[in-house]
Structures are given as structure tokens and as C-alpha cells.
Write a protein of this length. Structure first.
Length: 187
């Protein structure tokens, strides 16, 4: 079975270490697994029920939902801003959690990983992201976690795909997500 994983990066910064970590996931993806990094999160308006009206949903949000609907699983790369989830990541989750009862996450496995400058590697933001996605209907793959501390120093001159720990641990996390996707009932 071919598995389609859609990746979201919660940072818009051009040199984002979480974006680089997502690129490493693509590079180290097992054979038969497609990991696509979603482009365009910066163009999606903040979630507002007044503009989430059938037939009038902003095109960027409609495209997000359509793309997410065809994914088998999700891999979220969550940096940490002020000890919590970024607005970009929260907005993505909010759009995908609607319309009520028809979340794009429902029944699909989700893994949240990331890197941050602090000593915990963004663990607080990742926990908040898991909570929000779980409430939105995603099935959190609990045993698949990866928080990489010290990103600003650690990845100053080294791309995460060339980091020994990333090269060892990230494929294992992806393999757990793939196993969960293969075991998940059809949605």
C-alpha cells in the first residue's frame, strides 16, 4: 500500500529549521511513502465562521481542505513561540477541523514533531498541537515523538537531514506513522 502523508510546517520563516526538518523527512521517507510539504499556509486567512460558508469558503482554505482530504496521514512540524503553538499551525488546524463533524483529521493518524531553540526542543508546543489535533478528530500516534533542542546553534551550519540523530530517529517516527496509516480503517 502506498501511503500519502501531508506535512504542515508551523513556521513561515524562509530559513525555518522546522521546514528543514520536514525536508529531511521527505529525503528519508521509506520507499512507497509520499511525504508532501503543504505550501501556502501563509495565504490562508485566519479562521472565521463568517467566511466559512458553503460555496464561499476562501479558495486558499478550500484548497487546504481538498489536499488534506486526500492524505492518509499527517506529519506536523511544530516550532514553539512563547512556549506554545504558532498561529500558523493553530489556524491550519482550525480550518481543517471544520465544518463541524467533517474534520479532515477524523480517523487519520497524526504525528507531531519539531525543533526549537530551547532546551526542550519545542515539546510544549508539540503537546498543545497534539491536543488541538486530537480534539479535531485526528488519531495521535502517541509513541512517535521527536523534539530536537538547540536548533539555532545545532543547525546553524548543518541541515537537519545531515544530522546523525535526525537521520536515525526521524525515519523511525515516519515508520510508526506509516504503520498507523496502514492499520487505520478506511475513512
Amino acid at each position: 500500500m502506498s501511503v500519502r502523508i501531508l506535512a504542515f510546517v508551523g513556521s513561515l520563516r524562509a530559513g525555518s529549521h522546522n521546514r528543514q526538518l520536514a525536508e529531511a523527512a521527505v529525503k528519508h521517507a521509506p520507499e512507497g511513502v509520499e511525504i508532501a510539504i503543504y505550501e501556502g499556509l501563509a495565504d490562508i486567512p485566519f479562521y472565521n465562521e463568517d467566511i466559512d460558508v458553503e460555496g464561499a469558503v476562501p479558495a486558499t482554505a478550500a484548497k487546504l481542505r481538498e489536499t488534506a482530504g486526500s492524505a492518509d496521514a499527517f506529519l506536523l512540524f511544530s516550532p514553539e513561540y512563547n512556549g506554545t503553538i504558532t498561529a500558523v499551525m493553530k489556524n491550519t488546524i482550525d480550518w481543517l477541523s471544520r465544518p463541524f463533524g467533517a474534520s479532515s483529521f477524523t480517523g487519520k493518524p497524526v504525528v507531531v514533531v519539531g525543533t526549537a531553540y530551547g532546551q526542550y526542543g519545542g515539546k510544549w508546543a508539540q503537546e498543545e498541537t497534539r491536543k488541538a489535533v486530537g480534539i479535531a478528530g485526528g488519531v495521535i500516534v502517541e509513541e512517535a515523538e521527536l523534539s530536537i533542542p538547540g536548533s539555532v546553534v545545532r543547525f546553524a551550519e548543518l541541515h537537519p537531514q545531515d544530522d546523525a540523530e535526525v537521520a536515525e530517529k526521524l525515519p523511525k517516527v515516519v515508520a510508526k506513522l506509516v504503520a498507523a496509516a496502514e492499520a487505520a480503517p478506511a475513512v
